[in-house]
Design a protein around this ligand. Structure first.
Ligand code: TYD
Length: 204
């Protein structure tokens, strides 16, 4: 009995948390066992790493940042996600390796293939069954999160977030069977229906 691994990706302010909550509620109503996770910070160790990588004051070298995300991911996948999938659960996770390729690769301008390899090594090659990309103009995303406290990535300049968005779209184009790309400016309910439809097809 093997479960499923579904990830949500998108820029800051794209509505991932909202859609994740709606999806997990839908799956739970259907009687599925759902395990929620996120990166960074899906485990106790991950919460400590999250605090460092998002909120530590001062510069973190791009390669050190990439390794911190990879360390969080390695522990999350080995201790939480793989065991849950093996038990037949549906793991729904906020961000995964595509975040590293988009943010550390395109955003910080590290080599995308090297960043991908780091995640592949960290996770022993685990790929999601489905990745939902909530695509949004970064300016719109930024306006949505305005007023809150920015983390180290959110406070990056606009061009950084434009590169992140383009990298996400390129990843989706390269793997159309894994990705569901949605226009995150659409109404919440409409997005939720599209996600449910695609996920339901995976369950049958
Ligand atoms: P997220 O948890 O979505 O932020 P929030 O809870 O504030 O909405 O993601 C935290 C930040 O980490 C986000 O700006 C993207 C960044 N990130 C990377 O740069 N690389 C990664 O591999 C991951 C997983 C996240």
């Amino acid at each position: 009995m093997s479960g499923l691994f579904i990830t949500l990706e998108g820029g800051d302010g794209s509505g991932k948390s909202t859609q994740m909550a709606l999806l997990t509620a839908f799956l739970a109503e259907r009687g599925e066992t759902v395990v929620e996770s996120r990166e960074p910070g899906g485990t106790d160790l991950g919460l400590e790493l999250r605090n460092i990588v998002l909120h530590r004051r001062g510069h973190i070298a791009p390669r050190a940042e990439a390794l911190l995300y990879a360390a969080d991911r390695a522990h999350n996948i080995a201790t939480k996600v793989r065991p849950a999938i093996a038990e037949g659960s549906i793991v729904v996770q906020d961000r995964y390796l595509d975040s590293s390729i988009a943010y550390q690769g395109a955003g910080r301008v590290l080599d995308a293939d090297e960043v991908r390899f780091l995640s592949t090594w960290a996770t022993e090659g685990l790929l999601p069954d489905l990745t939902i990309l909530l695509d949004l103009d970064p300016a719109v995303g930024r306006a949505r999160i305005a007023g809150g406290e920015y983390d180290r990535l959110e406070e990056e300049v606009d061009e950084f977030h434009v590169r992140v968005r383009e990298a996400y779209l390129a990843l989706a184009t390269a793997e159309p069977q894994r990705f569901l790309v949605l226009d995150a400016s659409l109404p919440v309910d409409e997005l939720a229906v599209s996600i449910r439809t695609r996920v339901s097809a995976l369950l049958t």
